[in-house]
Ligand binder design. Structure first.
Ligand code: SF4
Length: 322
């Protein structure tokens, strides 16, 4: 049986804002096996990027626990977090703004190695940087280039190389291809999947784009205003999504075949506020199936089909399940 590398239990992240407490991540629970990818999807503002940062310890959790390889990281000291960073890395959405414009490709990729003192000599550092550049498909001649001299795809390859420098086991990929042209997106996704296969990497892949996440994810977690609404295998989600919100998200994906038809459950209505949210389903104001109970009681995640979890009071009725 595969080993669980990451376990997240009832994780919460609230931010104080002038109008009260903003519930960015509210009671999120999941596990990821080593070498697998969990896609985390939802619209902008659903808390998916915040979730990735709290899991990594870049933001403190308000409540809940994160275990990496069996050890709780949410209570780690500053020194322990520094050590954990070797194993837990992040690739950011916008390679341009996340790379220091005054550093060359070689300096950017070599920086983590220097910070952690992993190379004894300059020759060893040069050798390791060259190897990483080769791994992520960056030609030697680009070693002394600056990020602004390169296209988006190459810049994101630098981001991937920097994340790989410390040989991590786990990477949060925060919308890593959203800022790239479609043709380049495929190259970066293929690179990430190759690296996963070669190194047994474990990913959380955060995106708003379901068509991207389909190819890279083993499981998918759908979030809505900080809450989990559906979690299952990638195949199951694209085969039969059960939550009304997920149905709407999938309906928004363009169909490439001329004349193709599918059920359209378009998402309409205003989002409710994640600041001091009232009891009830957060999707209720946009849900065409909502009844009185939806506005007063929080739905909980339950296993509706084998390994297919949904948070909706009326999921069986809506989907014609017993
Ligand atoms: Fe819709 Fe109610 Fe289900 Fe929420 S709990 S998704 S409002 S039917």
């Amino acid at each position: 049986m595969a080993k669980t590398l990451l376990e997240v239990k009832h994780l919460k992240k609230y931010f104080k804002v002038s109008a009260g407490l903003l519930h960015a991540v509210d009671d999120v629970t999941f596990t990821i096996e080593e070498g697998k990818t969990l896609g985390v999807v939802g619209e902008s503002g659903c808390g998916k990027s915040t979730l990735g940062r709290v899991v990594l310890g870049l933001l403190d959790a308000t409540d809940g626990e994160v275990y990496f390889d069996g050890k709780e990281t949410t209570k780690a000291t500053k020194e322990e977090r520094h050590e954990l960073r070797k194993d837990m890395q992040i690739i950011f959405q916008d390679p341009f703004s996340s790379l220091n414009p005054r550093m060359t490709v070689k300096e950017i990729i070599g920086e983590p190695l220097k910070i952690y003192g992993l190379c004894k000599t300059k020759e060893e550092l040069d050798e390791r940087v060259a190897k990483i550049m080769e791994t992520v498909g960056l030609a030697d001649r680009l070693a002394f280039s600056y990020p602004h001299e390169l296209d988006g795809g190459r810049r994101q390859r630098i981001g991937v190389g920097r994340a790989l420098a410390l040989e991590p086991r786990f990477i949060v990929c925060d919308e890593p291809v959203s800022a790239l042209d479609v043709s380049i997106q495929a190259q970066i996704l293929n690179l990430m999947m190759d690296l996963q296969e070669q190194r047994g990497l474990t990913y959380i892949f955060v995106t708003h784009d379901l068509s991207v996440v389909k190819h890279i994810s083993d499981d998918i977690l759908v979030m809505y205003l900080g809450c989990m609404v559906e979690k299952c295998s990638s195949d199951d989600l694209f085969d039969k999504q059960l939550h009304p919100y997920t149905k709407g998200l999938l309906a928004a994906i363009p169909i490439p075949t001329i004349g193709a038809k599918k059920e359209r459950v378009m998402l309409t209505g205003e989002l409710s506020s994640p600041i001091e949210p009232k009891p009830g389903c957060r999707f209720a104001v946009r849900c065409r199936y909502a009844k009185d109970k939806c506005f007063t009681e929080n739905p909980v995640m339950e296993e509706v089909l084998p390994n297919h979890f949904v948070s909706c009071h009326y999921v069986r009725e809506i989907n014609g399940l017993d």
